[in-house]
Design a protein. Structure first.
Length: 438
């Protein structure tokens, strides 16, 4: 990777999860029944990403003023049933190949505050705790924390705001006068860079059918400004624009000459299809599937430079290893379009431009996954007795080899073909249940 990248998400105590880990591959696919906890896992990643930007915890997770809106369920919804706090963590691989880990606990009641946080990372003397919190102050809104400075004796400590992620405060809080402090700052910056590069793409076709300001060129979460984003691609990267048009042509039965960005009298823009003798078809008349496909394809082709990551101008220009998150990738897409999107996803991850995490129920998408992709497939299931969600790698499931001998993953799940090939002395009912077979 050319920049720090997330390798693991720890759902220690979050929503329906307890002590579960989601390993992040260049291509990560999350599958499972409805209400198994897939969305909860994505929410955990979203919470860490928002906190990494240094905002107040309440504002970051419950704000209705931002385009993303509040996290699903708000702060109260992040807390496992019967508790007053949630705990999340992640591991990030740095540019140098080292591992940095972060774990944080947020108390929601009686007041919202960080009550525990630990940052571990590399130093000249091996892996060390670089930042560790103490007890929160009951009155001042602070929490004492100790940081690594690499010098003999006790590490220095001081107050941090308990309403914001401590790691986000570290680069500005300590002077960096010693090698140890510079190591702590570097680890914090790697962690923040990786987390702030998480982008949840949730294209909403009806929002893409309006004129938008031409200057609004970085794709937002809902892709409502897709027309302006495509206009930017057309102006700045001719080869990329041709690639986008070629992809669109490959998915339609009728003739498409090119994509056109039309302008209103006020200078706003709207995307249109040039269909030759049939004339122009504006975005307001395009199908949901076409608009959604264009949004996903444009996001994958442009990478972090074409997306609104919610960073400052300086931060947006910095090199980021994008992690693109898409829930139910197949929504609104014909099976043939879903397969084409999967090829784009695979190409983006192979080229190290992005790590992609998506959920799906689509047999066509699952069947298009090859054996190499299966290493990144995780099954989310719900324990019937405790109600807790579990994460299990597909290749670790008992019965996986027999299932793959029965057919593609999509066929196995939709037809239950494992039942025809299983040995009579083995019980694969749990495998079936987790994948929703039968």
């Amino acid at each position: 990777m050319t920049a720090p990248a997330i390798e693991e998400l720890r759902l220690t105590a979050f929503k329906s999860f307890r002590e579960e880990t989601l390993r992040i591959a260049p291509l990560t696919v999350l599958i499972g029944r409805n209400s198994s906890g897939k969305s909860n896992a994505l929410d955990g990643l979203e919470v860490l990403s928002r906190l990494s930007r240094g905002e107040d915890v309440t504002e970051a997770l419950e704000s209705r003023r931002s385009a993303a809106g509040p996290v699903r369920g708000g702060l109260a919804g992040c807390v496992p049933h019967g508790t007053d706090r949630f705990t999340l963590g992640c591991s990030v691989r740095t540019e140098q190949g080292d591992l940095v880990t972060l774990d944080v606990t947020v108390q929601v009641e009686p007041e919202v505050q960080i009550v525990e946080e630990r940052l571990h990372g590399p130093t000249a003397r091996g892996d060390k705790c670089l930042l560790s919190s103490g007890e929160p102050s009951p009155y001042a809104g602070d929490i004492q924390a100790m940081w690594h400075n690499g010098r003999p004796g006790r590490n220095p400590s001081g107050p941090f705001r308990n309403s914001r992620l401590l790691t986000s405060q570290l680069p500005l809080r300590i002077p960096g006068d010693s090698e140890g402090e510079r190591e702590a700052i570097a680890a914090a910056e790697s962690m923040l860079s990786a987390l702030s590069s998480v982008f949840h793409l949730d294209p909403v076709p009806h929002l893409m059918r309006q004129y938008v300001p031409a200057r609004d060129v970085r794709i937002r979460r809902t892709a409502e400004n897709l027309s302006a984003a495509v206009g930017r691609i057309e102006r700045s990267d001719e080869a990329l624009f041709r690639r986008l048009v070629e992809l669109l042509r490959s998915l339609t039965d009728h003739r498409i000459e090119t994509l056109v960005v039309t302008r209103s009298e006020l200078g706003d823009v709207m995307l249109a299809l040039d269909e030759g003798d049939r004339g122009l078809t504006p975005a307001r008349e395009m199908s949901d599937g076409t608009l959604r496909f264009l949004a996903i394809a444009a996001s994958l082709l442009t990478g972090s430079s074409g997306l609104d990551l919610g960073l400052s101008s300086a931060g947006q220009r910095a090199e980021h290893s994008l992690m693109l998150v898409i829930e139910e990738l197949e929504n609104g897409l014909h099976p043939s379009q879903a397969s084409e999107v999967l090829r784009l996803v695979r190409q983006a991850s192979d080229d190290n431009r992005a790590r992609v995490l998506f959920t799906t129920h689509s047999p066509a998408l699952l069947s298009a996954l090859d054996s190499r992709d299966h290493e990144g497939v995780t099954v989310c299931s719900r324990d019937r007795d405790s109600g807790r969600s579990r994460l299990t790698r597909l290749t670790d499931l008992d019965g996986y080899p027999a299932a793959m001998a029965a057919g593609s993953l999509g066929e196995v799940i939709t037809q239950g073909r494992l039942q025809a090939t299983r040995p009579s002395d083995r019980d694969f009912s749990e495998f079936d249940r987790m994948l929703g077979i039968g």
